[in-house]
Design a protein around this ligand. Structure first.
Ligand code: COA
Length: 138
């Protein structure tokens, strides 16, 4: 299987939604709220995507200043393509786009909590999240 990786390649809201649904990350993202999903994909300033021909099969979606901090919001690989090294490659290519001081920051999904340690991340107990009212999107 030949997977092609692309930096900041255009991705439609429908492609993004399908990938998140296929990866299971869709259970933890507002995939029923198309406006929100469109805003998420169109306002990211760094995406690395994995393609099997025309099919989007993986994504690393970030907001970053490229110098100090990079928030990795979504890392997802379509279920049929998982455990083939695509997630790891997306990570490496994401890091390649960032300056040497730039930290990657993320909130792990429960099922992926041990994944990040394997690929070099350390746990930070001082991470804080301000939850907002999800009902405004429903
Ligand atoms: C987590 C995810 C992105 C990993 O992508 P992937 O392409 O399947 O991972 P890779 O093939 O690059 O795996 C690299 C290593 O991590 C391991 N690994 C993969 N998924 C793992 C998980 N969920 N938990 C622990 N280890 C995991 C692999 O076995 C592999 O180990 P190895 O190098 O010793 O063989 C992908 O499984 C996914 O999309 N999961 C559902 C969505 C999700 O939870 N995303 C993370 C949100 S924070």
């Amino acid at each position: 299987m030949s997977i092609e990786y692309k930096i900041n390649h255009p991705i439609t809201a429908d492609q993004f939604i399908s990938l998140l649904a296929d990866s299971t990350l869709g259970e933890r993202r507002p995939i029923q709220d198309r406006d929100c999903m469109m805003g998420m994909i169109s306002n990211s300033n760094l995406t690395v995507s994995a393609w099997d021909s025309e099919k989007l099969v993986g994504i690393s979606r970030c907001m970053t200043d490229f110098h100090y901090a990079c928030y990795l919001s979504d890392l997802a690989v379509s279920e049929k393509y998982q455990k083939l090294g695509i997630g790891k490659r997306l990570q490496i290519l994401t890091q390649d786009q960032l300056g040497p001081r730039c930290k990657l920051i993320l909130i792990a999904a429960p099922a992926a909590n041990s994944y990040y340690e394997q690929i070099g991340f350390s746990n930070n107990p001082r991470c804080w999240v301000l939850e907002r009212d999800a009902s405004i999107h429903s």
